[in-house]
Design a protein around this ligand. Structure first.
Ligand code: HEM
Length: 405
């Protein structure tokens, strides 16, 4: 195919087109060669998939294996000390996001009942209450404050802790470990230390729950006798981690994006009926969970290219969600858009288990925040907001905001 397109050396990360837009290099590649070879920093050759159709096709095809990492530690070739992977890794017990069928389905099916649209609808009122309480606490503070610390992180964290039955009082330890796991450039030792910290905490917790079950998801999971303690701890790890890092970043980055689009923000404040669509559009536009890894188990055709067996393949969901072949004027935030078909929650058998929960949290979160703080504004110039270009899930490290009391 196109020989003129230079092969990227490492994954382009710098947000040189603006804080909400894909790196320019990624956009350029998507237009020129949506399935492109790329070189990892260690010289190992892999592939980068950026086109909407190609990403969707790939995520629907389990011959692109998810056994590409050790749990959520993944990012091989980027982590110093992590050996080059030449075959699918043995799955970490319980961590079904990194498993293929049939192991994946065996664990996931035990949890689907707990996350259905119906179950989540039943929880909605309670999630609104949790959100309101957090906003009450925030309203008592003297601005400026950090919205991440006071609102965007506590709400999803409180909700997932309660659902799983994880004591929220223990958050300092697991939030630090979980944040540590998201940092890209750190050594394997540092990642392992955070992983072991969180895993030890959760192993003790699921052991207690198996002995004395309570009314929560981890206790329910523990009732399945065929699941080992290691599997229970792994599943708990995945749920706790996925359940607060992602939504928290959406709430904070989403607020930043709305504040940077004042006309649309005014429309949203004026018409609450816009909210569900606005949440979908923010999910598409921001795609905070952007980069995912797969592993080609055989020679596979994708977008007119042949990906050889054994290749590591990276997808960019952000690039796919900004593909002009799928969404008109894709780089514009348009709260009136129909963002149906967005890939922000992935696609195929691994499609996000918590997506209904995330949607409810975001609707409650944005609705409450905008209603309670009609004069909310950034407390620093936009270019001083610290972006998470160093993390595996995108967002802001802090969002200093203010309002008139
Ligand atoms: C999987 C995104 C919130 C639990 C995924 C995947 C994406 C994603 C893209 C697919 C991963 C892959 O294909 O390898 C998001 C976003 C969220 C969010 C953008 C918030 C806005 C949540 C929440 C939970 C959750 C609140 C809480 C339980 C999971 C789990 C999986 C998953 C367990 C693995 C599913 C499987 O492998 O079958 N998520 N997620 N996520 N997500 Fe979410």
């Amino acid at each position: 195919m196109t020989q003129t397109v230079p092969v990227p050396q490492g994954l382009p990360m710098e947000r040189d087109a603006g804080p909400f837009d894909p790196p320019r290099e990624i956009t350029r590649l998507r237009e020129a060669r949506p399935v492109s070879p790329m070189l990892f920093p260690d010289g190992h050759e892999g592939w980068l998939v950026t086109g909407y159709d190609e990403v969707r096709q790939m995520m629907a095809d389990t011959r692109f294996s998810s056994r590409q990492d050790i749990g959520i530690l993944h990012v091989p070739y980027e982590t110093p000390g992590m050996p080059v992977q030449t075959e699918p890794s043995p799955p970490t017990p319980g961590m079904f996001v990194a498993m293929d069928p049939p192991d994946h389905g065996r664990l996931r099916k035990r949890l689907t009942g707990a996350f259905t649209v119906k179950r989540m609808k039943q929880l909605e009122e309670h999630i609104v209450e949790v959100t309101e309480r957090q906003l009450d606490a925030m309203a008592k503070l003297t601005p400026p404050i950090d919205l991440v610390k006071e609102f965007a992180l506590p709400v999803p964290s409180l909700v997932i802790c309660e659902l799983l039955g994880v004591p929220y009082e223990d958050r300092e330890s697991f939030q630090a470990d979980s944040a540590q796991l998201m940092v890209r450039d750190q050594t394997l030792e540092e990642k392992m230390a955070a992983f072991i910290g969180m895993n030890t905490f959760l192993t003790e917790l699921v052991t207690r729950k198996r002995e004395t079950p309570e009314d929560d998801i981890l206790s329910d999971l523990g009732r399945h006798e065929d699941l080992t303690i290691e599997e229970l701890a792994g599943a708990a790890f995945l749920l706790l981690f996925a359940g607060h890092e992602t939504t928290a970043n959406m709430l904070a980055l989403g607020t930043f994006a709305l504040l940077e689009h004042p006309e649309q923000l005014a429309e949203l404040r004026a018409d609450a009926a816009l909210l569900p669509g606005a949440v979908e559009e923010l999910l598409r536009y921001l795609s905070v969970a952007d980069i995912f890894f797969r592993y080609a188990t055989e020679d596979l055709e994708l977008g007119g290219e042949t990906i050889p067996a054994g290749s590591t393949v990276i997808v960019s969901l952000l690039a796919a969600n900004r593909d002009p072949r799928r969404f008109e004027n894709p780089d514009a935030l348009d709260l009136h858009r129909n963002a149906r078909g967005l890939l922000s929650f992935g696609h195929g058998i691994h499609q996000c288990l918590g997506q209904q929960l995330a949607r409810i949290e975001m609707r409650a979160g944005f609705e409450g925040l905008l209603r309670r703080f009609p004069t909310l504004a950034l407390a620093v110039p936009a270019d001083e907001v610290r972006l998470k270009t160093d993390m595996n899930i995108y967002g802001v490290h802090a969002l200093p905001v203010t309002w008139t009391k």
